[in-house]
Design a protein around this ligand. Structure first.
Ligand code: R5P
Length: 219
């Protein structure tokens, strides 16, 4: 399914485009498809959203530039942890939310690739990743806990706090159903120490949704 989604998304890439390239196991298959296109002569420039995506693109000889090297990105293809029917998203399950959001914000168009389990009526069943400065992360976590009555968890990898590509920590916040994503976004990002959160509001244009029976639908 993820491979089909990756190949389907590659169909939107046109010669000469600057492409934002997402992170994660679904984006992996888009990178593979993009590699094939470049091999067969497509000219493009790719802006990676993580060090891992950067590495994969270079391995496949896809020309890579950094976000600072371009004024605008034609199209970004990325995965998501949740997408609703208004194209609002939760991202950051792989810890790449900050660069992903910066790339999405600079893109003229963003298409999400996700399987049907990620298409939801309301965001929030997936714990919202919040990227924080390591200094004082505990105070941020306590603040979120007391403000929202939830139990945030510091993301751990190999026994230590996970460090993002930007040298930050991630706090996963199980909000449950989010009724006012815009207000939550503002409240979180107004907390000193919070760098950004995984709510991607009004950034995605469409989603390619992959269904169990092998079909893909553009919504
Ligand atoms: O930080 C990671 C990204 O936001 C991913 O795009 C998201 O977690 C979806 O990843 P996957 O395609 O592996 O489920």
């Amino acid at each position: 399914m993820k491979e089909t989604l990756g190949r389907e998304a590659a169909g939107y890439v046109k010669d000469g485009m600057t492409i934002g390239v997402g992170t994660g196991s679904t984006a992996f298959w888009f990178i593979a498809a993009l590699g094939d296109l470049v091999k067969s002569g497509l000219a493009c420039r790719a802006v990676p959203t993580s060090l891992e995506t950067d590495r994969l693109l270079r391995q496949l000889k896809v020309p890579v530039i950094s976000l600072a090297d371009t004024d605008e990105i034609d199209l970004t293809i990325d995965g998501a942890d949740e997408v609703d029917h208004q194209m609002q998203l939760i991202k950051g399950g792989g810890g790449a939310l900050l660069r992903e959001k910066m790339v999405a914000f600079s893109s003229r168009k963003m298409i999400i690739i996700a399987d049907e389990t990620k298409l939801v009526k309301k965001l929030g069943a997936y714990p919202l990743p919040v990227e924080v400065i390591p200094y004082g992360y505990r105070q941020v976590s306590l603040h979120i806990k007391s403000e929202f009555g939830i139990d945030p968890t510091l993301r751990i990898k190999d026994g230590n706090p996970l460090l993002t590509d930007n040298g930050h920590y991630i706090i996963d916040c199980p909000f449950g159903e989010i009724n006012d994503a815009a207000a939550l976004h503002i409240m979180l990002n107004n907390t000193p120490g919070v760098v950004d959160n995984g709510l991607f509001l009004n950034l995605a244009d469409n989603a390619l949704i992959g269904y169990n029976d092998g079909t893909v639908k553009l919504i």
